[in-house]
Design a protein around this ligand. Structure first.
Ligand SMILES: [Zn+2]
Length: 267
């Protein structure tokens, strides 16, 4: 009788153990390897630049693909962008899990970055922002057009991701991989995607170019609103002009980066 009782308890305990095991979070991914301190400093500097330029406020984030493991990326722990330092940068995998979070919380919308890196091997850096002047172009039928050469990367077209299309009424946030995949699909092969009622994502082949595009997407939106205010047709850059002008932008991006970096005292 006692034996049967003990055996029964063991069964219950075994069952509980299995249950607990099933609930255990994913095992932390293995690191892609050490990263130069200079890159961590650059990510922190990019966060502070984007805050200084009015692209990020208390929200939004910037990331870089891991230089040694293309299946991983680097981004800050959950923190206001103006406060980010190199010590806040974490390594994450495409599931959105951190290699070594050490108790620090992660950005809820890290799946934006994970799923775009997964789909677009050419993308090496990503900025997600709620930059204010861009918002109207995500909620109206006026397309975002390239007003001038600095925003040439917009001339090939700017898609809009509407979370409602696949997910119905939500809190608008990209809070899991499924929503992240839908956003990455909307981005397609373009450098920028707008998010209805939320913000936008800019991508680039380098951190400096992704930051440049985030800043000039915001500036371009302000200029386009002014052009609309003047009235009449708008003669924006054509896709062909955009390709030519963007090559120049990519060559001189370092000049803009140095200026913006100096303003925020970047290392
Ligand atoms: Zn967001």
């Amino acid at each position: 009788m006692i034996c049967a009782l003990v055996a029964g308890l063991n069964l219950v305990a075994g069952g509980l153990q299995n249950h607990v095991h099933a609930q255990t979070p994913n095992v932390a991914p293995t690191s892609g390897g050490p990263v130069d301190r200079a890159l961590l400093e650059d990510i922190a500097t990019a966060s502070r630049i984007l805050a200084d330029q009015g692209v990020l406020d208390a929200f939004g984030h910037v990331s870089v693909r891991h230089p040694k493991n293309p299946q991983h990326f680097l981004m800050s722990r959950s923190l206001a962008p103006a406060l980010v330092t190199a010590d806040d940068i974490l390594e994450l995998d495409f599931a959105g899990d951190a290699v070594d979070a050490r108790g620090r919380s992660l950005f809820l919308e890290r799946f934006i970055h994970a799923e775009i890196y997964r789909r677009r091997p050419d993308v090496m850096a990503i900025v997600h922002s709620h930059s204010p002047a861009v918002i109207p172009f995500g909620v109206t039928t006026r397309p975002m057009l390239a007003m001038y050469h600095n925003a040439a990367f917009l001339a090939g077209g700017v898609p809009i991701f509407d979370i409602r299309d696949k997910f119905g009424a939500t809190d608008m946030l990209v809070r899991n991989g499924e929503i992240g995949r839908a956003l990455a699909e909307s981005l397609g092969d373009k450098p920028v995607v707008l998010m209805r009622g939320h913000g936008n994502v800019t991508t680039g082949p380098s951190l400096q170019i992704a930051v440049f595009r985030a800043i000039y997407t915001e500036v371009n939106a302000r200029l386009e609103l002014q052009a609309i205010g003047i009235g009449g047709p708008i003669t924006a850059l054509t896709p062909e002009e955009g390709i030519k002008a963007d090559k120049v932008n990519e060559q001189v991006v370092g000049r803009a980066w140095d200026l913006w970096k100096q303003r925020v005292g970047g290392k």
